[in-house]
Structure formats: C-alpha cells, structure tokens
Write a protein that binds this ligand. Structure first.
Ligand SMILES: CC(C)(COP(=O)(O)OP(=O)(O)OC[C@H]1O[C@@H](n2cnc3c(N)ncnc32)[C@H](O)[C@@H]1OP(=O)(O)O)[C@@H](O)C(=O)NCCC(=O)NCCS
Length: 376
C-alpha cells in the first residue's frame, strides 16, 4: 500500500481544484473576482453587479442588472411557515445559529430548488435575496420592531439597513454597506466556501451546501472575527491602553482578532478600503473613537507581531457607526458571501469530483479484540 504524502495541516498550500471565480495574490495583496480587481469593483460597481459577475462570469449590462435587481427584490419574502418557525426560535440565540437553522428549514418549503445541480441559479438568487429577511425577521422580533416589509425597490445594501434598523439609510451609509458587501462576496477557497464545495461535491443540493457554509463561517477564526474585534476595542477602551492590552494578550498566546491571514502576506486589500470607510463614516457621524482605536491597534500589533489587518478588522466599526448590534456582523458577512458560496457550488456542479482527501493514520493497529466483560 503506498504511503500517504506528507500531511499538510489545515490543507495549507494545497491546491485542491481549478476555479475561474476568484484569485488572491497573497504576496501582492491583490484580490480578483472573475478577472476584475476588487478595488475597481468596490469603486465602481454594486453588490448586485458583483453577484451577477460571480454567478455568470461577466459583468451585467444595464438591463441585465435591472432584471436581476427586480428578481432579487421579488425573492425577499419568506414562506409563512418559516416566519412562524423563526418567531418561535429563542430570542437569546446567536443570529448565526438562527441563520444556519433557517437556511436549512427554508429548503423544506422550496423542494424544486433543492434538487442537486438542477435550477441552482434560481436557488443562488433566492438564497442571496433572502438572507437579510431571515436576519431581520429574527432581529426585529427580538427588539420589538414592526414587521418587515419586502421593499423590492431597495438594493441589497439599503434593504439590509432598512431591515435591521427600521429606517432608510443615507446615501453615504448605503454606499458604505454596498462596498462592504462587495468586498465580502467571495474569497477563493476560504473555509466556508470549501465547506460548501465539499458538500456540493457529494452531489448534495445547493441549500445543504450553503447550510454547511454558514456553520463554517460562524467560527471566530473565520467570519466570527469582526464581532470579536469590537469586544477587543471595548476592552481596550482608550488609545492609551492599547499597548498594554495587546501585550497582555500576546503573553497569554491569545490571537488578536482581525489580524493575520492564511494567504495574504501583506495587507489584505479589503482592509485598506474598509479602513478608509471607517474613517469617512466616523468623520461624517462625528465619532472616530473606534477608528482611532483601530489605528492604534494596527500600529501595536504590527510592531509586536508583524501582522497585517484582514477584512474583519474594520468592518465592525462601520456597522457599529450605523447602529447595528455586534452579533449581526457575521450574519451580514454571510449575506454577502452567500453570493460567492452559491457561485462556487454552481462551478462545482460543472466540474464535479468528490472531494475526499486522506488522513495519515497515527493510531494503533492489530490490537487484540477485548471481550466486553474483560475491559477495564
Ligand atoms: C486567520 C488565521 C487563522 C490564519 O492563521 P494561519 O494561517 O493558520 O497562521 P498560523 O495560525 O499558523 O499563525 C502563524 C503565526 O502567527 C501567529 N498569529 C497569526 N495570527 C495571529 C493573530 N491574529 N494574533 C496573534 N498571533 C497570530 C500565530 O500565533 C503563529 O505564531 P507562532 O508561529 O509563533 O505560533 C490567523 O491569522 C488568526 O487566527 N487570526 C485571527 C482571527 C481572524 O482575524 N480571522 C479572520 C480571518 S479573515
């Protein structure tokens, strides 16, 4: 029997498949969606354009974009039985748990979309349109807000703000969230996308694949980091205390959330854009407290550990300035990344190969079987 190759812990540096969707140049700090630089997309496009790009591999024409927006606006409404289920979920649960459970439950009411590989593009649009509605259905009930309206005229970014805050955004707020959604929409074979592709590679359906992905995104080493960054900022409290708090954590070998990346060896280009939004929005709202703390944190962490910020460092400060509670940051991330997850699942169906790596066995062999009464 051939020996398995050396173990690549965490599948680090393993190239598992070919993809046209997303390219990360970790040394140059570049991120490309379907050939387009993320900086151009953030500056000139909208989340819906980017979703179209990820799904279809090309930027939409004006009429294609209008059609997609109309379709997604119409797909926001939740099935009544799911609304009732969400209303019964415990109000103290984390919204990521609600999202994971609700996505899974949604499949029960949409059997046509759950056929593996079948009408997946429709499912991709449905899931992307419906994520904000799931979050808002839960959040509005737990905070006593009035019932959610469909508001089909709103973009995904504006709808998210309306749905979670029960108010329309300013143009600046809507643009800030739109750019944040663009920046979070895909990131090659990150853990949650890989989880989605692993599930799809068994010829399971889109909804199951996305349910897997939501579960993977929840972890603090992945999408859960932004929420933890805000906890850290609140713990630090003032610029003067930054050094002391960071040093204490590093002595205890704790990770500083929002820093470091498996692929980027330089600054994450998404962090560069989000930093600017944190400053711009903070100045517009006359509150740069978090921005100043984050700048101080960057300086200390870079000096102490040589680490650069990742996408999660600044995003929470932007959402906080809008008045969005911290536990909704990861679900907002999911409301964007679902476009990427579904694009990857569609790609997986096109070039399907069961994803099934191997483990290097380091346990015992040939142990004599011990009868149950003789075990100690
Ligand atoms: C994202 C992350 C998991 C990538 O880690 P990775 O590729 O597995 O890198 P490693 O865990 O091998 O870390 C390499 C070294 O850098 C250190 N390191 C990496 N990120 C760190 C962080 N955020 N804080 C402190 N130390 C960190 C590790 O302790 C390790 O140090 P050591 O060699 O002295 O033990 C990691 O950087 C991390 O935990 N970051 C914080 C969570 C976060 O922001 N996640 C969002 C990612 S977009």
């Amino acid at each position: 029997m051939p020996e398995p190759a050396e173990v690549q812990r965490g599948l680090q540096d393993v190239v598992a498949l070919e993809s046209r969707i997303c390219f990360i140049d970790g040394r140059q700090g570049r991120l490309i969606y379907q050939g387009y630089d993320i900086r151009d997309l953030a500056a000139h496009s909208t989340f819906e354009e980017v979703a179209y790009l990820l799904w279809y591999g090309r930027l939409p024409t004006r009429s294609q974009l209008a059609e997609l927006r109309t379709r997604m606006g119409a797909l926001r409404t939740l099935p009544e039985p799911l609304v009732r289920q969400i209303d019964q979920m415990p109000a103290e649960c984390h919204p990521m748990d609600i999202l994971r459970t609700a996505v899974s439950a949604l499949a029960l009411f949409e059997p046509d979309e759950t056929k593996p590989g079948a009408s997946s593009i429709g499912g991709a649009q449905r899931l992307t349109a419906v994520f904000p509605s799931i979050l808002a259905q839960f959040h509005r009930r737990r905070t006593g807000m009035p019932p959610l309206g469909a508001r089909p005229e709103l973009s995904q970014a504006a709808y998210l703000i309306y749905a979670l805050l029960d108010r329309d955004p300013t143009d600046l707020e809507a643009r800030a969230v739109d750019e944040a959604l663009i920046l979070h929409a895909d990131h090659e074979l990150n853990a949650s996308t890989f989880a989605a592709r692993v599930t799809a590679s068994t010829l399971s359906d889109l909804y199951s694949s996305v349910t897997s992905a939501v579960g993977a995104l929840k972890g603090p080493l992945h999408g859960g980091a932004a929420e933890r960054v805000m906890e850290l900022l609140d713990e630090i409290g003032s610029v003067a205390r930054t050094e002391e708090v960071v040093r204490e954590k590093l002595v205890r070998h704790e990770r500083i959330m929002g820093f470091g990346h498996r692929v980027y060896k330089v600054e994450d280009p998404r962090a560069t854009i989000l930093r600017e939004w944190s400053r711009k929005l903070g100045e517009a709202k006359g509150d740069t407290h978090y921005y100043e703390l984050l700048r101080a944190l960057e300086t200390v962490v870079h000096r102490e550990k040589g680490l650069y910020p990742n996408v999660d460092l600044y995003s929470g400060s932007i959402y906080s300035l809008l008045g969005i509670p911290h536990d909704l940051f990861t679900p907002i991330f999911a409301s964007s990344r679902v476009a990427g997850w579904t694009a990857h699942v569609l790609e997986e169906y096109q070039d399907l190969r069961l994803i099934r790596p191997m483990a290097k066995y380091i346990g015992a062999v040939d142990l004599p079987y011990i009868a149950i009464d003789e075990r100690t």
